[in-house]
Design a protein around this ligand. Sequence first.
Ligand SMILES: NC(=O)c1ccc[n+]([C@@H]2O[C@H](COP(=O)([O-])OP(=O)(O)OC[C@H]3O[C@@H](n4cnc5c(N)ncnc54)[C@H](O)[C@@H]3O)[C@@H](O)[C@H]2O)c1
Length: 254
Amino acid sequence: MPAMKTLENKVALITGAASGIGAETARLFASPGAKIAVADRDAAGGHKVAAETDGHAIEMDVTSEADWKRAVTATVETFGGLHVLVNCAGIELVKSMAETSYEDWRRVMSVNLDGVFLGTRAAIGVMRKGGSIVNISSVAGINGFSRQVAYCASKGGVRLLSKAAAVECAEAGLGIRVNSVHPGIIDTPMAQEILGTVEAKMRGEIEARWKLMHPIGRIGRAAEVAQCILFLASDASAFVTGTELVVDGGLTAR
Ligand SMILES: NC(=O)c1ccc[n+]([C@@H]2O[C@H](COP(=O)([O-])OP(=O)(O)OC[C@H]3O[C@@H](n4cnc5c(N)ncnc54)[C@H](O)[C@@H]3O)[C@@H](O)[C@H]2O)c1
């Protein structure tokens, strides 16, 4: 699919860019001539995507304040600025409330919510000529799902963090927009990992259930989410801030 030209000459830092939605976003952003910083804790995967996109690989852990400082500084030094941040790094946890240890809870909140806070704050600090921050939440940031208490809480936090940051940036006249994206189930290594945790004989049933959850009748593709991220990252959405873009084949419309 041809990409919008609107990211030409812009610098984008994408976390979680070694895999799934983040990697597809890096590939899509690369085509209009944007400069891409490919950030991930998976160094090998990050280098692979950076090579494909003519990007700059940054090994980082989004839960580390020091790593954020280093990543943002490296991006600005390498490319001369920062215009777009996509906070895509995230982890899943499928456990009942009783099975969720406090350590599990903290790990999920730390990557999915603290990471987005640290990234959003670090980007706002260097986006001198305005910018766009796109935070990847989930349908689980809007609705509650069984056996996903920590994940839902973290993604719900991302939704309101984004709205609060959007209002604050707009009122301060910074020219920085902040929005969240809420995918349904998307065929990525994360979804495959969840399938891998269930008994082999149950997998077909789970996949059928996943399809039925989406009125469109299938799960989504990473490239379909990347198109929505591109819209929010680009000037095509210049009057859009503090909103949630749901990309879920109708799942939450029911
Ligand atoms: N796949 C889905 O069904 C789905 C649905 C809704 C939302 N999401 C969200 O979309 C985002 C991307 O998910 P995906 O499906 O592409 O997953 P994925 O597992 O394919 O990719 C996630 C990437 O994040 C990186 N990562 C994880 N923890 C990190 C950390 N602490 N520091 C740096 N990098 C880290 C991983 O190394 C990986 O490359 C996540 O935030 C996820 O919660 C996914």
